[in-house]
Design a protein around this ligand. Structure first.
Ligand code: GTP
Ligand code: SPV
Ligand code: MN
Length: 597
């Protein structure tokens, strides 16, 4: 039984069936009965383990192959017709060559397996922001994750036009999970994604990074909107007014945490609330009133488990208490629940660590080992989140007051600063840098430029993407354009300690940001932009932890360090030749001139 009569969809599926030769084909209709049947099957084959039904109802455990635990940026390709269109920051392959390579790998790979056809919508079904995709996969784990992360099934196809060709093709083949033959390929000009030899997260949940960022960023450029690696949160003040902020931080740099933060006690007492609209991806368009509006195209959270606990992110933790899939965390064998580093202070000693090795009473930490993989994740339905915004399903999205960029910088970047105007804000985003994390395979802790946190996710030439940002700015009335800021929660002192408490206390910085948007607070003009006066960041309740003096230290602009930074930016821009928008070159010239004053 198919769920559509759309010919372009059916023809494409026929073609792929011919290629991969499945034993059978199953359309995912989105019904609970069908999903429950698949969960049962996955447990029978050992692909998933059902967790303690009393403590974690409807939750499952899964481990991937140890060679397949993170996105693989070296093997992620943008296959545009012209190499020039992928730009210097993407890996590129010519489409004919890539299709041939991928088809050779995929051919016959579903023999003895079932093809699952997943019709899904990124964004609420029927929203003008939303887009449809079809993912073919031979993995039940992928089906069950997609059913949490996106809207799937019959309702998506029922709302989709019979003659529309505006849908994204996605073929996932698990093959042998061979790291040497693993490829994650985007064909932006063909609305197509092909992923082979992986079964992990962003490599295979094709609605997420592959579609909602790489393909969608390209669609956005052509159609006049934006796809960004940004969380969306609403900050409600005691008067009940809600202001929305979108923030772009690189992978594992704090989006999920900021999106769900719990206000410090003093703020809670006054009546402040924070609402989560999204924790990873934003699709943004201009509304009829001339302001920018954002939706979260996803329907679940694929969040980093380690570090999540009832102090750092109680809302995320609560979201994982039912209907959640855990990947590569540790399993507590005493009660069949899960554990990860810093969940609590009692790591289980009768456990299986993330690859399945039994700990047999040995304390893993004492051995210097982790029980959970540093990039282990939970896949939790958004509806579980206690602070999910009432606007989450709003098909029109929420109006954005501020864009915030940020990363992990042990030195240099101050706690917060504001750009002078839109174009300077684009410069601030385009030149941000951050220490690498376990979210992608490769070295961890190396500072690299990661423009708008989109380095691994921009589906076309990065300089054209900057130009798109500049062009969007030109269409906005400056009074209605979001103000643009940069933050850094990760400054360290000379002993290597974080200088800012972070997490819930980040609301203190957001409060300053909102006040700046409303024109309610002065700022200090510096070489890099507007910085807060220390007295304007509310430190009530942080006595003994942060003082005005220690705050001054994270709000400094060290001109000598920034001159080095300017040199680094110049070298980075040189990679893009004459494609760097002149507005960004001007911002660089201004920065250098300011530093020489
Ligand atoms: P992706 O899902 O990979 O895109 O990551 P993310 O940006 O959502 O990052 P997440 O919120 O999951 O945080 C990643 C890590 O950063 C976790 O280990 C957090 O504990 C840590 N973290 C988050 N916010 C803060 C903060 O304000 N201060 C400090 N020191 N650490 C933080
Ligand atoms: C990220 O790496 O930014 C993630 C996780 O959000 S993944 O879905 O694997 O890309
Ligand atoms: Mn992410």
């Amino acid at each position: 039984m198919t769920l559509t009569t759309n010919k372009s969809i059916l023809d494409w599926i026929d073609e792929k069936v011919e290629l991969v030769k499945p034993d059978s084909i199953v359309w995912i209709d989105g019904s609970e009965e069908q999903l429950e049947e698949l969960r049962k099957q996955a447990c029978e084959t050992g692909e998933m383990i059902k967790l303690n039904e009393e403590l974690l109802p409807g939750c499952y455990y899964h481990r991937t192959k140890p060679n397949d635990v993170a996105r693989v940026e070296d093997r992620t390709l943008i296959c545009s017709k012209k190499e020039e269109d992928a730009g210097p920051t993407n890996h590129w392959m010519a489409p004919e060559k890539a299709y041939k390579m991928l088809y050779d790998i995929a051919r016959d790979s579903y023999k003895g397996r079932t093809m699952y056809v997943i019709p899904y919508s990124m964004g609420p079904v029927g929203s003008p922001f939303s887009k449809v995709g079809i993912e073919l996969t031979d993995s039940i784990y992928v089906v069950l994750n997609m059913a949490i992360m996106t809207r799937v099934g019959k309702k998506v196809m029922d709302a989709f036009l019979d003659d529309s060709n505006d849908w994204v093709r996605g073929l996932h083949c698990k093959c042998d999970v061979d790291a040497e033959k693993r490829w994650i390929c985007q064909f932006p000009e063909d609305n197509t994604i092909i992923s082979v030899n992986s079964a992990y997260g962003g490599n295979v949940l094709l609605g997420k990074k592959c579609f909602a960022l790489r393909i969608a960023s390209y669609q956005g450029k052509n159609e006049g909107w934006q796809a960004e690696h940004m969380l969306i949160l609403g900050i409600e003040n005691p008067q009940g007014e809600v202001k929305y902020v979108c923030a772009a931080f690189p992978s594992a740099c704090g989006k999920t945490n900021l999106a769900m933060l719990i206000p410090p006690e003093g703020y809670r007492k006054k009546g402040y609330k924070v609402w989560c609209v999204g924790d990873d991806i934003s699709w943004i368009r201009k509304g009829e009133d001339g302001r920018l509006y954002a939706i979260n195209p996803e329907n679940g959270f694929f969040g980093v488990a380690p570090g999540t606990n009832d102090k750092s992110n109680p809302n995320a933790l609560a979201a994982t208490k039912k209907g959640t899939i855990f990947t590569n965390v540790a399993r507590n064998l005493d009660n069949n629940t899960v554990w990860w580093e810093s969940l609590d202070k009692n790591p289980p000693v009768n456990a299986e660590e993330w690859t399945g090795i039994k700990t047999n009473g040995v304390e893993w930490k004492a051995e210097g080992k982790n029980l959970a993989h540093p990039n282990s994740r939970f896949t939790a339905p958004t509806e579980n989140c206690p602070c999910l915004s009432p606007e989450f399903e709003n098909p029109q999205g929420v109006p954005i007051s501020a864009f915030v960029f940020g990363g992990r910088r042990a030195k240099l970047a101050p706690l917060v600063y504001q750009s002078r105007d839109w174009n300077h804000g684009v410069f601030v985003g385009a030149t941000m840098a951050s220490e690498t994390t376990a979210a992608a395979a490769g070295a961890v802790g190396v500072v690299r430029r990661d423009p708008m946190a989109m380095l691994p996710f921009c589906g076309y030439h990065m300089a054209d993407y900057w130009q798109h940002w500049i062009d969007i700015g030109k269409t906005l009335d400056p009074d209605k354009a979001p103000k643009i800021f940069n933050v850094n929660w990760f400054r360290k002192d000379d002993d290597g300690n974080f200088m800012w408490p972070g997490f819930g206390d980040n609301l203190r910085v957001l409060e300053w940001i909102i006040k700046r948007c409303e024109g309610e607070v002065d700022a200090k003009e510096t070489a890099i932009g507007y910085l807060p006066y220390a007295k304007d960041i509310n430190l009530e309740g942080l006595e003994g932890e942060v003082t005005e003096e220690s705050l001054e230290k994270i709000l400094d602009v060290d001109k000598e360090l920034w001159k080095e930074e300017a040199k680094g930016i110049e070298e980075f821009f040189a990679k893009f030749g004459d494609k760097v928008p002149e507005e960004l070159e001007e911002s660089l010239a201004t920065l250098k001139a300011n530093l020489d004053k």
